[in-house]
Design a binder for this molecule. Sequence first.
Ligand code: URP
Ligand code: ZN
Ligand code: ZN
Length: 466
Amino acid sequence: MSILIRGGRIITAADDYVADIYVEDERISLIGESLDVQADRVIDASGKYVLPGGIDVHTHMDTFFGGTTTADNHYDGTVSGAFGGTTTIVDFVIQTPGESFAAALAGAHEKLERNKPVIDVGFHLAVTDLKNGGSLEDLAQLPDEGITSYKLFMAYKGTPVYVDDETLFRTMQVAAENGSLVMVHAENADVIDVLVKKALAQGNTAPKYHALTRPPETEGEATNRAIQLAHIAGCPLYVVHVSCLDAIQPIERAREQGWEVTGETCTQYLRVDNSFIDQPGFEGAKYVYTPPPREKQHLEAVWEALQSDALSVVSTDHAPFRFKDQKTIGKDDFSKIPNGPPGIEERLKILHEFGVRAGRFDLNRLVQLFATTPAKIFGLYPRKGTIVTGSDADLVVFDPEKKQTLSVETHHSTCDYNLFEGTEVTGMPEVVIVRGQLVVDGDELVAPTGHGQFIKRARYGERLSQ
Ligand code: URP
Ligand code: ZN
Ligand code: ZN
């Protein structure tokens, strides 16, 4: 199969120019002006942008969490991602306490086989138990299987995913030795647990108490703690879903000192403030995710941190739970509402509308946040995350003029609500190509069954060969 993309405006992390791209089989084989080649399919991209396919390094497909399973499996979720211009996800595999890492990963690979993603997939391993099931020795071997990042939940006390500082620090020591990256969900679990119990004892059960019991300081304190522990251990650290100034500041300080710390935010922390969770009745449950929606000044701080590079990646934390029969698990108790947002499909549209079109940053910065930096940090670059000859032909032809009002009808997730309902955007993906194969063509899903592949990633700081 060959594809010629004619006359598009090619945007990478550093460049912005008009040229043709010739794709043969899975790779980009030529880039140049007026290429004289024959192709099975010619796409006229004049007036359009051609971007590297998006890398979403924070998704939870088909994951048991908060008493139920996320609504999208690896097929549903990757279809939704593809329509949003994402061509690779790195999904979380969570070790059940007592389970070996090998068993957790075998289960995840089995799900991929069964559910057949349409885009490429890598895995992070979420470590929950190093005493029974998971050993430090087994952990150290995971990069050989292409798993080069470990995630630890400093939050969710009393649930199977929570880890204490000893587990966190021991994992950091392994990562310092074997070239892996440690990722943290940073919140002070003990303090939140006390605040949640107090709210419930006072009869405060509505969704808004999810936000009121997780103040920004709990995120700031845990972020700083994780940074200091990673510094002692000597490992690189990646702080996931940063939502507030209290967490941005310690990341900024560490980076100024040259420490290997990277901060990620997610699309919802750019658009959804705390008024969304504070609505009459149970409507606010749609916005119960962790960290919670923050006051408006924190949203502006997050945008500024994306401009200054205090935060360097935007992902989605796609963890959809249906409103009608999953969020309702917590209708009488906010602490039982399954935590997580839908949103894998809206990332590029939101970044383009409220980042580029609003004048907050340029198209190169959009590509850095959406594709190139996550590819570099998570061992996918330069095979993915850029547009050069030899790289995987993971490409998005983006129409910067096309308008859409985001709604549950416009997304392809199985979730029964859209987090950004009613948001008007100009600019959307038109054609999406994954390893040389058309996956989205206008409104149509045209991916061959099972096109998505598991990707073994390189160690932190290493390149993934093309
Ligand atoms: O609320 C969230 N973010 N749910 C997904 C799990 C996590 O904490 O990342
Ligand atoms: Zn989290
Ligand atoms: Zn998450």
